[in-house]
Each structure stands twice: as C-alpha cells, then as structure tokens.
Design a protein around this ligand. Sequence first.
Ligand code: ZN
Length: 161
Amino acid sequence: MKGKRDGYISWDEYFMGVAKLSGMRSKDPHSQVGACIVSPDNKILSMGYNGFPMGCSDDEFPWAREGDELDTKYFYVTHSELNAILNYRGGSLEGAKLYVSLFPCNECAKAIIQAGIKTIVYECDKYADSPAVKASKRMLDAAGVRYYQYNHTGRKLEVEV
Ligand SMILES: [Zn+2]
C-alpha cells in the first residue's frame, strides 16, 4: 500500500462541520447557529455560537421570542458571528473567511466588515426576505465582502463522543 487514504474530509466540510458543531453548544431553544473563522491559509482562528454575554446567566436571562421586549432574547443574545469575532484575541482577522450556518444579519455584517473578513460561506439563508438580511447584503456588497452558499456534499459526518 502506498499513497494517502481516500475519503478524508475537504476544507469546506471541515470548517462548516466545525461551525455546526459549535452551534450545538447554543442554549437557545429555537435557533442554534455556529460560526468558524479561518485564516487565508486554512487555519482555524475562532469559533462562536449564539448565546448571552459572559456573566448573563442562561438560566436567568430570557429565551422567549415574544412578549414584553425586555423579556425577549433579542436585546441580550450575541450572534455566533459576532461571538466568533470577539472571541478572537490574536490580533487581526484581515482577509479571513467566515463559515456560518445561517446568513449573517445586518449587525453581524457590520462587525464582519469592520473586522476585515473578506469571505462568508453560509449554509442557510432562510431569512433572505427580511429587512435585516437585505440590509446585510447591501452593506456586504458595498464593502466588497464576497459571500456564497455552502455546497452540501451529502456526506454525513459522525463523531462519537
Ligand atoms: Zn447577527
């Protein structure tokens, strides 16, 4: 036998897999989004998922989507992309690539642009018709951030833990 093994996962499968695995850490009962930031030479720099800021207890802050505004999650949750950006303490993210399981909202788009991230690979774009995603694309287009949808290979990756 000589030569490398077949069937190893591609870079895209690897990084989207890590993004989705990261999303599995979310305590949000309705939405689990994960993100993974990668350097131009394919090194993982950071990861994130949607959750409350440090010190804001998952058991005390609200996960509700409806009701009194102050008792919904929207004022408190940090999205996975922003968490991944903020979790990175190594310096610059200039030229980095972001893998994310859901298309970034307008607030995350601002952070992505300002962090110098140049490429977004997203899995799902189910809120494409929402003002937040339309505004996001408008800013990303203006800033020259490239985005494209992840191409599913259909492979199921299983990890026993
Ligand atoms: Zn967002």
